[in-house]
Ligand binder design. Sequence first.
Ligand SMILES: Cc1ncc(COP(=O)(O)OP(=O)(O)O)c(N)n1
Ligand code: 3NM
Ligand code: MG
Length: 207
Amino acid sequence: MSEPIRHALRKYLIMGSQDCQRPPDEILRDAIAAGITAFQFREKGAGSLKGDKKRILGLELRDICRTHHIPFIINDDLSLAEELDADGIHVGQDDKSAEEVRRMFPNKILGLSVSNDTELAGSPLSVVDYVGAGPVFSTRTKADAKNPVGIEWIKTLRTKHPALPIVGIGGITAENAHTVIHAGADGISVISAITQAADIQSVVEKL
Ligand SMILES: Cc1ncc(COP(=O)(O)OP(=O)(O)O)c(N)n1
Ligand SMILES: Cc1nc(C(=O)O)sc1CCOP(=O)(O)O
Ligand SMILES: [Mg+2]
């Protein structure tokens, strides 16, 4: 399991319609053509879709991922993950507990956010497939993001957990992504670096 996960974490796009200035399906197709390795549907925050509109968009994006063999992961919404038969689920420290999600979905990819040593110490790492560590840098995309951890904490995390699949998140760009990888992360996850890019092909190549 560990090697496919590490590969999937390399260039991980996270996106919802609220992040997009053009149709989300176009952005996802462009990002897949450019080489992303996983996708998380995160329909959340100001301007996000609810109910049927969210479900319909999720279904459309899931089908694009399926066609191109890209893991389709859903943020937070367990019932939508079940309904769309998502490949995985990402939860944070304030969402349903990772142990419970693992009991409900024994075979799905499960990601958990960690943002500091206290959260790390309280996290059931044995039941998750990867951790999303961050925000590495400051970000304007998530209003309630915690304090930036910096690449030093990614190094600490890697030293403490040599075999743990880690993806960095938060404020990661084509210019700073290499520092996150050099610090020990298996990959980087981004929202704005890709959704706001004038040239997605070029950004994904650099990432
Ligand atoms: C890969 C990845 N890492 C971290 C997060 C953040 O999850 P969470 O802390 O639950 O915050 P929301 O995304 O739900 O606002 C993530 N989504 N993906
Ligand atoms: C969704 C999310 N979670 C974070 C965390 O630290 O857990 S930071 C973040 C937003 C990432 O967006 P951008 O790539 O535009 O900075
Ligand atoms: Mg969450």
